[in-house]
Design a binder for this molecule. Structure first.
Ligand code: ADP
Ligand code: MG
Ligand code: MG
Length: 193
């Protein structure tokens, strides 16, 4: 399906709401295997996105994603800022060619992997993106499947990011970036429903 500008705008609004609502929880997830800031990082970033969009209404998808990327890259300290920022920047570039949702998201995932060097199984947000994209393309993605993908990071040993410093001790905890990406995809399902 083609993603329309109003759907994408709704997507970002819903994602921002979810981040704001769950920022303490996301930072709690980042406490045992990180530095307890993921929720606050993302909330600061999504507030900046909201401010940017309120100041200047984007003309098209490419503009919307570009403004989003810039706000996230400049306002989020921490690994998640450049990673989500890259995702939206790649979607912005891709949107110049097509507004087909699956190709936009494929470009975003490729950008995240290139930027962060993580693969599926490394206990990062990439695990959720890798699990979700094929389901979305097949039209079989549900909230429950998103929850499963997030939950599946729990038994893994982290290979990238701060959690990787813990080695074996990173087992038994959900990855915070996987959780925030779960919110991103639930927001998307709602926005395009
Ligand atoms: P920081 O770890 O710098 O404090 P955050 O807490 O905001 O940044 O974000 C941590 C999240 O970022 C992790 O839970 C993980 O999902 C994601 N992450 C960290 N490093 C990478 C990487 N190299 N590739 C993909 N995702 C990563
Ligand atoms: Mg952190
Ligand atoms: Mg940090």
């Amino acid at each position: 399906m083609d993603l329309a500008l109003d759907q994408a705008t709704k997507w970002l609004e819903l994602f921002g709401d979810e981040i704001e609502k769950n920022k303490a929880y996301l930072s709690d997830l980042d406490t045992p295997i990180g530095d307890a800031d993921h929720g606050f990082n993302m909330a600061r970033g999504m507030e900046a996105v909201e401010t940017s969009l309120a100041q200047k209404a984007p003309a098209d998808l490419a503009g919307l994603f570009k403004q989003t990327a810039m706000a996230l890259i400049t306002k989020v300290g921490g690994a998640s800022g450049p990673l989500y920022g890259t995702a939206f920047l790649e979607m912005s570039k891709q949107a110049a060619q097509t507004s087909e949702l699956n190709s936009l998201l494929a470009a975003a995932l490729a950008g995240i992997k290139k930027r962060g060097g993580a693969a599926a199984g490394d206990k990062t947000m990439v695990d959720v993106w890798e699990a979700v994209l094929p389901e979305l393309a097949q039209g079989t993605l549900t909230d429950a499947k998103i929850d499963e993908a997030v939950e599946a990071t729990k038994p893994l040993i982290a290979k990238k990011g701060r959690a990787s410093y813990l080695g074996e001790r990173s087992k038994g905890h959900i990855d915070p970036g996987a959780m925030s990406s779960g919110y991103l995809f639930k927001a998307l399902l709602k926005a395009v429903a």
